[in-house]
Ligand binder design. Structure first.
Ligand code: BES
Ligand code: MN
Ligand code: ZN
Length: 499
């Protein structure tokens, strides 16, 4: 998608005009209405168009202009507009323009208002971001797709009063969108194509050119180093597990990094504790956390964030086989703690415990955020509207929640409790990988991870099982992989960048 900002009008298939609450036209709208012999006002009246936020009305083939369609885009009450509203409007606009087969559009960015919390440039840029994010398609395997089913929109030109700041802000947002798209691609790929080795290859290919140091540990390294938990999960598969680190140095040399750790189970059958058949195909996106870490690292490096950040992903395929780990196995994790595996389907925490320990030993981060499609229980608790947030530091959690609200990728702060930690004690090993009851299932999973966080390290765990994938179109995320977490954590990083 080509996005431009200018003060001049551009030739285009579609002209986009804002309409305020109650159906009011703004300056250019009024002029265009005159030119079209009042086609706009008549359409607004005929359709009783209220101009509510992100509602639209399309006037096709109007006389008196060169445009094929005029899109009247509702913005609602001006004083209620936020940046998130502009994103929603841009996202909705993408759908409308494609539905009307427009290839090019000019957006007259005229709101008839000034805003106290943000500039016109920020608003226009955020609208463009919504449009770009909603234009994503994963259709590489649709070889027989009818031409008229393909999205038509190629370019949107925003007419703004001050193009320079809008261009500058959008340049960064576009790079972040590039990260989101990489995450979506990874999460969408089928599990025969995306497995630990091919995932590691993509990371190397995508991130090395951006100046990120990518290091891949293979099964023999993982084994030799003592990551018995990651090894146990990967050992049932013909595809060997990998651990990949991505080091980005954009901050002060002496500054300790912030770390992002992702669960990358490229397919989760459950292992010997096999999952039921129906819906098992969904477990191709059990690498969603690792996908977000990869997309985030791409975004940070592409926009040259002034921060030291490291991404670590643990990649494995959880399969049942003659070499698979069994319920009852006791393995030794990299931390030295022994783990009794009582359910091979609670594999995410096993691969993460080694990835978390490795990250702390190797990179000494001050803060760690891990992301994982960790539990079905978080979907029972929060549905698909929030990711669960667990943390050992309330201030850190609050900071992340602020970012989540800025971006619209919502987090809900969930509790930790010593009783749930105790439930993980095993008579046979230092810890067991399930609590043994279904109560507070997301929290017991979080407590398992917490046992592998060193004291003094600020840690947050995002259980993204409910939000990594969507079965309905959402703001800035068409059906499918959402990329939830990339923009949220990019926003968090903006807050800690050095001057
Ligand atoms: N990958 C799943 C969690 C999951 C389930 C994600 C549904 C998305 C949708 C995870 O590995 C898992 O199987 N968790 C078990 C844990 C249980 C065995 C303690 C679960 O949630 O049932
Ligand atoms: Mn599982
Ligand atoms: Zn899983």
């Amino acid at each position: 998608m080509k996005i431009t900002f200018d003060t001049k009008s551009a030739k285009s298939d579609a002209l986009v005009l804002f309409v305020t609450d109650g159906g009011g036209l703004l300056e250019t709208g009024k002029k265009t209405d005159k030119k079209t012999k009042s086609a706009l006002k008549r359409a607004i009246k005929a359709e009783k168009f209220q101009g509510k936020k992100a509602q639209s009305l399309v006037v096709s083939g109007p006389a008196g202009t060169s445009h094929d369609v005029i899109v009247l885009m509702g913005v609602g009450k001006q004083r209620e507009l936020t940046l998130k509203c502009f994103e929603k409007i841009g996202s909705a606009l993408c759908g409308v323009l494609n539905a009307h087969k427009a290839a090019t559009a000019e957006v007259i960015f005229e709101t008839g208002s000034t805003f106290k919390d943000f500039s016109e440039a920020e608003a226009a840029s955020r609208m463009a971001t919504g449009l770009v994010l909603n234009s994503y398609r994963f259709d590489k395997y649709l070889t027989r797709q009818a031409k008229d089913k393909k999205p038509t929109l190629r370019a949107a030109a925003f007419k703004v009063a001050e193009p320079a700041p809008a261009r500058k802000i959008f340049a960064d947002e576009q790079k972040v969108a590039g990260g989101v798209f990489l995450t979506r691609d990874l999460v969408s790929e089928p599990p025969n194509v995306l497995y630990p080795e091919s995932f590691a290859d993509i990371i190397r290919k995508e991130l090395t050119p951006l100046g990120i140091e990518v290091k891949v540990l293979h099964a023999k390294d993982i084994q030799k180093m003592g990551m018995g938990a990651l090894m146990a999960v990967g050992q049932g598969s013909a595809r060997e597990p990998k651990l990949v680190s991505m080091e980005y140095k954009g901050g002060d040399k002496k500054q300790k990094p912030v770390a992002f750790v992702g669960k990358g189970v490229t397919f989760d059958t459950g292992g010997i504790s096999l999952k039921p058949g129906p819906g098992m195909e969904e477990m191709k996106w059990d690498m969603g956390g690792a996908g977000v870490v990869t997309g985030l690292m791409k975004a940070l490096a592409a926009r040259q964030a002034r921060v030291n950040a490291v991404g670590v992903v643990a990649l494995a395929e959880n399969m049942p086989s003659g070499t698979a780990c069994r319920p009852g196995d006791i393995v030794t994790s990299l931390s030295g703690q022994t783990v009794e595996i009582l359910n091979t389907d609670a594999e995410g925490r096993l691969i993460l415990c080694d990835a978390l320990w490795y990250t702390q030993e190797k990179f000494h981060p001050t803060h760690i955020v891990d992301l994982a499609t960790l539990t079905g229980a978080v979907i029972i608790a929060l549905g698909h509207e929030y990711a669960g947030l667990f943390s050992n530091d309330d201030d850190f959690a609050d900071t992340l929640i602020k970012s989540s609200r800025n971006i619209g990728e919502e987090l809900w702060h969930m509790p930790l409790n010593d009783a749930w930690d105790k439930a993980l004690d095993s008579p046979a090993a230092d810890v067991k990988n399930i609590a043994g009851s279904r109560e507070a299932g997301s929290a017991t999973a979080a407590h398992f991870l917490k046992r592998f966080i060193k004291s003094g390290v600020k840690w947050a765990h995002l259980d993204i099982a409910g939000v990594a994938w969507t079965n309905k179109d959402r703001t800035s995320a068409p059906k499918g992989a959402t990329g939830f977490g990339v923009r949220l954590l990019d926003d968090y990083v903006r807050g800690i960048e050095t001057e």
